[in-house]
Design a protein around this ligand. Structure first.
Ligand code: B1M
Length: 177
């Protein structure tokens, strides 16, 4: 299972990421690769479910209000699922109230917010504020191209991950902290 996921699907996505950065492929190819990864994950999902991997915890993931970018967030969700988490994906363009509703409804250990625009990053702070007292019971992780560790510290997030693989490692650490 790990070989299919790590050496196949994720390795392929990493190749696309590098080529995209080098302007060797463009948005359509990135979208095609993301779709292929989704299709591959759908095939191996039942195997993950039956492989005896114990559910580690529940993670709510979503892109913040005003932001429609979801490729990175989807990749994060897939990698978390592959690592044994139950992922509640609330999609894109989520107002702080929507994150709060998802936290109340699903009682996750971690809520993960993604933002790809400098203009939408601020919604992460607004969401943490909206969580209010619920923030004591859930760890908040943030990520996305414009987000930095400094920004995460400033808004009171519990963790910042520059990529999906690091996000999974940090999720594991957050559960024991
Ligand atoms: Co947009 N876009 N886009 N775009 N887009 C960027 C982000 C931009 C940097 C392009 C540029 O100008 N160079 C720029 C933002 C500038 C800025 O604010 N600094 C930009 C812009 C301006 C816009 C529009 C405003 C363009 C316009 O309409 N004028 C518009 C905004 C729409 C909106 O959201 N309201 C727009 C629209 C779009 C498309 C719809 C065409 C499409 C999105 C399709 C989709 O997502 N379904 C799109 C795309 C594809 C991009 C680029 C080209 C690629 C983003 C991507 O998917 N990367 C992007 C340029 C770039 O990044 N080079 C760009 C691949 C993906 C795997 O990486 O999402 O970074 P990424 O995720 C990584 C990490 O960031 C991290 O892990 C992932 C994998 O390792 N990560 C997390 C992400 N979330 C995380 C959460 C975590 C932890 C890690 O914890 C919770």
């Amino acid at each position: 299972m790990g070989i299919i996921l790590n050496d196949g699907l994720i390795a392929g996505m990493n190749v696309i990421g590098v080529r995209f950065k080098n302007n060797e492929v463009y948005v359509p190819e990135v979208l095609i690769a993301a779709r292929a990864m989704h299709a591959g994950m759908a095939v191996i999902k039942p195997l993950i479910a039956n492989s005896g991997v114990r559910e580690k915890g529940v993670v709510v993931v979503g892109t913040v209000k005003g932001d429609l970018h979801d490729i990175g967030k989807n990749l994060l969700g897939m990698m978390l699922e592959g690592a044994g988490y139950r992922v509640i994906d609330i999609g894109v363009d989520n107002a702080p109230e929507k994150f709060l509703k998802a936290v109340q409804e699903h009682n996750p250990q971690i809520v993960g917010m993604s933002a790809l625009l400098t203009t939408t990053m601020g919604q992460m702070k607004a969401t943490i504020e909206q969580l209010g007292p619920h923030k004591d019971n859930v760890k908040v992780m943030v990520g996305g191209a414009p987000v930095t560790q400094k920004f995460a510290d400033e808004i009171g997030a519990d963790a910042y991950a520059p990529d999906a693989a690091t996000a999974v490692e940090l999720a594991n650490q957050l559960l024991v902290s």
